[in-house]
Design a protein around this ligand. Structure first.
Ligand code: HEC
Ligand code: HEC
Length: 504
């Protein structure tokens, strides 16, 4: 590979005879060029659509991931000048090149020069970390985790700085060697300047390489297509949710507005204006989502109905410790962390037995409503009337928060307890007392404290994930406030403070 690094050396200046032969040498194969320009387009679109977590941005991200993956493979099995081994230079060689560049005496390289090579690796590295963190931001485990978001932001800033540097480098290099590198990346050809160039050219892109190039082109297109289709599907029908903020007070889609309208006509939730199991005449979106959270918790208690008899048909028979009524609650199957059996409540006394519902965040409520009526769930309108289905669906779509963002695996709440104190004293103490012991919340089922009374302090330490859900949405069938209308930070501060209250 070393012979690629051509030096324009006087002994090897070409003779007139040489010059009459071919004047150009094929350097960049088709896949490499298509890769380059597709990447330029994708990065431009990605940059324009960034910041909002839009569907386009995420799809483009998956396409870039496909492109980067292709380039990594092509760097190992590709044609001559695309191979990483042809442009890995030692630090000293790179330093020498940069030094020569300043002194206007840098050698010409047919493939990547050491500075260009450095740029290629830097760009690929930054793009790979952008794609990786971008995908992590979509996953349940890392959604909203701040170091991931910060890394994504930092990588995008670095990329924005590298791009102009890359362009400037190309122009400097082109001027220095009187060649048009931009054109070379379009046509794949570079002019032949020395005899060594010619020798290289003979070996450079042989027929085998051309065939090889077709394969590469196919791999490239397949990679980008898979990335694009996967990205588009994984974000299909999703809306952006800013979970730290109270929900926007306008109904987001015509479809949702129509649904609410239909429901109001058939079963007006405004008929009963009592707080516990009725509904307001004109429902705000915030109320709909928070009452949906209570339905998710315990829909029959929320609706003031007796629990269905027997077990839910989809409840696995081997799990007998859960009471019959509890097998009908969404939270029993999908968990307080909405992660189902993959989450934290999968290991508690009442294991979650179904997959998580995180994937449904931002989906159209109508899609979720039809899931609730499917064979697995079997929630007929008799069990869960349409207005309750809509609110539950709105909770699933817009009300889920990301537990890992607020509560660590050890149960530590990422909130300032001292800032929660004034909130508790002015809001919660009205019913729970300043020490949280005014209201007994049932008796402990834990085998160590069996029969001991439970208070908010006990609950917040025993199952902070559950309590966060209650603080956000209220307690089903009880006159208990919901903090849904305030940014998340107030809820986590409250939870952190409640953890400091007496447990017994
Ligand atoms: C007895 C257990 C059980 C109960 C109770 C239950 N589900 Fe499910 N749910 C499941 C199972 C199992 C699946 C997976 C079905 C499948 O893969 O086809 C599921 C799937 C879902 C999905 C689709 C998830 C996805 O990513 O495709 C949503 C949304 C959902 N449930 C919401 C709810 C809501 C809301 C409630 C309460 C009203 C509820 N479920 C009650 C067992 C349950
Ligand atoms: C208007 C009265 C009222 C206010 C205000 C109130 N709660 Fe409650 N809370 C209740 C009632 C009633 C219950 C149900 C008690 C029961 O199970 O009998 C309850 C239950 C709870 C539960 C336990 C639910 C369970 O799993 O048993 C927690 C935790 C809780 N409240 C926390 C809070 C916090 C934190 C605040 C302040 C944001 C608060 N509450 C404000 C009335 C209130």
């Amino acid at each position: 590979m070393r012979d690629d690094r051509i030096e324009i050396d006087d002994d090897r200046r070409m003779t007139a005879g040489d010059k009459t032969a071919s004047r150009a040498i094929s350097v960049w194969d088709v896949p490499t060029r298509v890769f380059h320009w597709l990447l330029v387009c994708c990065v431009a679109i990605g940059w324009l659509t960034g910041g909002s977590g839009s569907r386009w941005h995420e799809t483009i991200g998956f396409m870039v991931a496909g492109l980067v993956l292709f380039r990594l493979i092509w760097g190992i099995v590709g044609t001559r000048h695309a191979l990483f081994s042809s442009f890995i230079f030692s630090p000293s060689a790179t330093y020498r090149y940069l030094n020569d560049l300043i002194g206007h005496r840098a050698r010409r390289y047919i493939g990547h020069n050491p500075a260009g090579a450095l740029m290629v690796f830097a760009l690929l590295g930054v793009l790979a970390s952008l794609c990786a963190t971008g995908m992590m931001m979509q996953s349940d485990a890392f959604f909203g985790v701040s170091w991931v978001e910060r890394t994504h932001k930092a990588a995008s800033t670095i990329l924005i700085c590298l791009i102009p540097l890359h362009v400037v480098g190309v122009f400097i290099s082109s001027a220095l060697h009187r060649e048009n590198l931009l054109f070379a990346m379009l046509s794949g050809q570079k002019p032949i300047a020395t005899r060594t160039d010619r020798e290289t050219s003979v070996r450079s892109l042989r027929l085998r390489d051309q065939v090889h190039g077709t394969h590469g082109f196919i791999i490239l297109l397949v990679g980008v297509a898979i990335g694009g289709v996967y990205g588009w599907n994984s974000t299909s029908g999703r809306q952006t949710i800013v979970e730290d903020q109270p929900p926007a007070e306008t109904l987001p889609s015509n479809q949702e507005r129509q649904l609410a309208q239909d429901i109001r006509e058939t079963a007006p939730i405004g008929e009963r204006q009592d707080y516990v199991s009725g509904g307001p005449a004109v429902a705000s979106r915030t109320w709909m989502i928070s009452s949906g959270g209570r339905l998710y918790d315990n829909w029959f208690r929320s609706l003031g109905k007796p629990p269905p008899t027997g077990r839910h048909p989809s409840w696995p028979h081997e799990l007998t410790r859960t009471s019959d009524a509890d097998t009908w609650r969404c939270k029993s199957c999908h968990g307080w962390d909405y992660l189902g059996r993959d989450g934290q409540s999968g290991i508690g006394e009442q294991p979650s037995v179904a997959p998580g519902i995180r994937r449904m965040r931002g989906r159209a409520p109508s899609e979720i409503i039809s899931i609730l009526g499917d064979k697995t769930h079997g929630f007929s309108d008799e069990f869960l009337p349409p207005h309750a289905k809509l609110r539950t669906a709105m909770f699933v779509a817009y009300g889920q928060h990301t537990i890992s963002r607020y509560i660590s695996h050890e149960g530590n709440v990422l909130g300032d307890a001292e800032k929660g104190r004034p909130l508790f004293q002015t809001i919660c103490a009205a019913c729970h007392g300043f020490d949280g012991k005014t209201r007994k919340l049932g008796l402990s089922a834990n085998r160590h404290y069996k029969g001991a009374p439970l208070f908010v302090g006990t609950k917040a330490n025993g199952n902070p994930v559950e309590v966060l859900h209650k603080i956000r949405n209220g307690h089903p069938g009880a006159i208990m406030v919901s903090m849904r209308g305030f940014p998340m930070i107030y809820s986590t501060r409250l939870l952190a403070y409640v953890q400091t209250l007496p447990k017994e």
